[in-house]
Design a protein around this ligand. Structure first.
Ligand SMILES: NC(=O)C1=CN([C@@H]2O[C@H](COP(=O)(O)OP(=O)(O)OC[C@H]3O[C@@H](n4cnc5c(N)ncnc54)[C@H](O)[C@@H]3O)[C@@H](O)[C@H]2O)C=CC1
Ligand SMILES: O=C(O)CCC(=O)C(=O)O
Length: 387
C-alpha cells in the first residue's frame, strides 16, 4: 500500500489513475509520494518514507532539489503538459498589450447606467485604440515546450519571430517552424524586437536576466511578457522603465506587491496553466510517472535523477539504488550481492550530474540484511527493494 499527499488541488482525472494500492493521507510527512503545483516546499520537512515528488507542472523552483537528491527522493515534473495553456495566455497577453481591451471593458462597466451607451461608445473608443500584431517583431527567449508553441503561433498571426536558446533540444528544434529566425545572441532580441517573451526556467544563470542593461538595449515602447517566473526580471528596473515610458507594457503572470498597481503593468494572477486541459494533463502525467517509479522503479522525467527504465518488474525482486555519481559504485553493489549468492538477471546504471541511479533485477528473493549492507556503501542515498 502506498500513501500520497496533495499539497495543492490536483485534478481528479489524474488522481483517479491511482489504483486501490494507493491511499491519500492528510499528513505530508507520512506520504510515500507528494503531488504539488506551486506551493513552496523549501521550508518543509521531508518525511522518512517520502520517495517521490510529482510536480504537476514545469517549474521546480518551489522544490528543494538538492535536499531531495541527498535524501534519495526523486522529483518529477511534467514537461510540456501545460505548454498549450501558457501559449494561449501569452497570445492573449500580447493582444491585451496591443489593444486597450481592458480600458475599453472598464469604460463599458463604468457607463453601464448610460442609456446612450451605444452612441457614446463611438465617441469614447478613440481612447482605447491600439495596434496590430501583424508585421511586428517578436523575440522568444527560451525555445522549450512553451517557447516553441508561442513562436509558431505568432508566425500565424503574421509576426516576424526571432528565437534565442543556446541550449535548444533536438526535439524542440524539430518542432520549430522554419520561418523562425535564429538569434545568435540575446542582445539581438533586445535590440530589434517590438515584443519580447521569456520562457526559460528560474536558474541562477537566468535570475535577473532582464535587468536595467537589458531594458536599455530595448526599443522605446517595447512590450515585455513574462509567463516564466518573476525572478527573471529585475523588478525595480522594470518599474523605472514602465514609469519613464521606455517599456510600454510589462505583461506578467506573477503578481508582487511592488508591481501590482504600476501603470503599464498588466498583471495576471499566475493563470498560465490554469485550464482544465493543462491541469488534467499535468496530473495524469505526474501520477503515471510516480506509479511507474514506486511500482517498477522506472524513472521518466525526473529533474534530479537520470531517466532509467527496465520495463515492468517481473515476479522477482528489483533492487533500486539512488546514489552519488562516483567511481566503483557498481563494483561495491555487485560484491554485496555476490556475498549473498544472489544472481543478477539484469542491470541498468545511469547518471545525471552529481547523482546516479542503478536498477538490479535478482532472479530470487532478496534476503533481509541486503538493504542495510548496501546502505553502508558511501554515497548511497537510498535503497529500495521492490518485491
Ligand atoms: N505561468 C505558468 O503557469 C507556467 C510557467 N512556466 C514557466 O515557464 C518555464 C518554461 O517552461 P517550458 O517551456 O515548459 O520549459 P522547457 O524546459 O521545455 O524549456 C525551457 C527552455 O529554456 C531554455 N533555456 C535555459 N536557459 C536559457 C537561457 N539562459 N537563454 C535562453 N534559453 C534558455 C532551455 O534550453 C529550454 O529549451 C518553466 O521553467 C516555468 O518556470 C511553465 C509552465 C506554466
Ligand atoms: O500549477 C500551476 O498553476 C503553475 C504552473 C507553473 O508555473 C509551472 O508549471 O511551472
Amino acid at each position: 500500500m502506498y500513501k500520497y499527499h496533495c499539497l495543492n488541488p490536483i485534478s481528479g482525472v489524474g488522481l483517479e489513475q491511482f489504483t486501490e494500492d494507493y491511499v491519500p493521507v492528510s499528513d505530508a510527512k507520512a506520504a510515500d509520494a507528494v503531488l504539488v503545483r506551486s506551493t513552496s516546499m523549501h521550508e518543509m520537512e521531508l518525511g522518512p518514507d517520502l520517495k517521490a515528488i510529482g510536480r504537476a507542472g514545469a517549474g521546480v523552483n518551489n522544490i528543494p532539489l538538492e535536499r531531495c537528491s541527498e535524501n534519495g527522493v526523486v522529483v518529477f515534473n511534467t514537461p510540456g503538459a501545460n505548454a498549450n495553456g501558457v501559449k494561449e495566455l501569452v497570445i492573449a497577453g500580447m493582444l491585451l498589450a496591443s489593444r486597450d481591451i481592458i480600458g475599453g471593458i472598464n469604460w463599458v462597466q463604468e457607463n453601464e447606467e448610460d442609456g446612450n451607451i451605444a452612441k457614446d461608445a463611438e465617441k469614447a473608443k478613440k481612447a482605447f485604440a491600439g495596434c496590430e500584431l501583424d508585421g511586428k517583431k517578436l523575440g522568444v527567449i527560451g525555445l522549450g515546450a512553451i517557447g516553441v508553441l508561442v513562436a509558431n503561433a505568432a508566425t500565424h498571426l503574421g509576426m516576424e519571430v526571432y528565437g534565442y536558446d543556446p541550449y535548444v533540444s533536438v526535439d524542440s528544434a524539430w518542432r520549430l517552424s522554419r520561418s523562425i529566425r535564429h538569434a545568435k545572441t540575446v542582445d539581438e532580441i533586445y535590440k530589434d524586437c517590438d515584443y519580447i517573451t521569456i520562457h526559460v526556467p528560474a536558474l541562477d544563470s537566468t535570475k535577473g536576466m532582464i535587468d536595467a542593461d537589458a531594458l536599455n538595449l530595448m526599443k522605446k515602447g517595447i512590450v515585455v511578457l513574462n509567463f516564466a517566473r518573476d525572478v527573471l526580471v529585475d523588478e525595480e528596473a522594470m518599474i523605472d522603465a514602465l514609469l519613464s515610458g521606455h517599456v510600454k507594457h510589462y505583461v506578467t503572470d506573477f503578481p508582487t506587491p511592488a508591481m501590482a498597481g504600476v501603470k503599464g503593468a498588466i498583471v495576471i494572477p499566475h493563470l498560465g496553466a490554469s485550464t482544465e486541459e493543462s491541469e488534467d494533463n499535468c496530473a495524469k502525467m505526474a501520477v503515471k510517472q510516480i506509479r511507474n517509479y514506486l511500482e517498477h522503479g522506472n524513472i521518466t522525467n525526473a529533474v534530479n535523477f537520470p531517466d532509467c527504465d527496465m520495463g515492468y518488474k517481473g515476479d522477482n525482486a528489483r533492487i533500486v539504488l539512488l546514489h552519488h555519481n562516483i567511481p566503483n559504485m557498481l563494483g561495491q553493489f555487485t560484491r554485496v550481492l555476490a556475498e549473498e549468492n544472489l544472481n543478477i538477471a539484469d542491470l541498468a546504471n545511469k547518471s545525471k550530474g552529481e547523482f546516479a541511479y542503478t536498477m538490479i533485477d535478482i532472479d530470487s528473493e532478496v534476503p533481509e540484511g541486503v538493504t542495510d549492507e548496501l546502505l553502508k556503501i558511501e554515497g548511497v542515498r537510498r535503497v529500495r527493494i521492490i518485491e
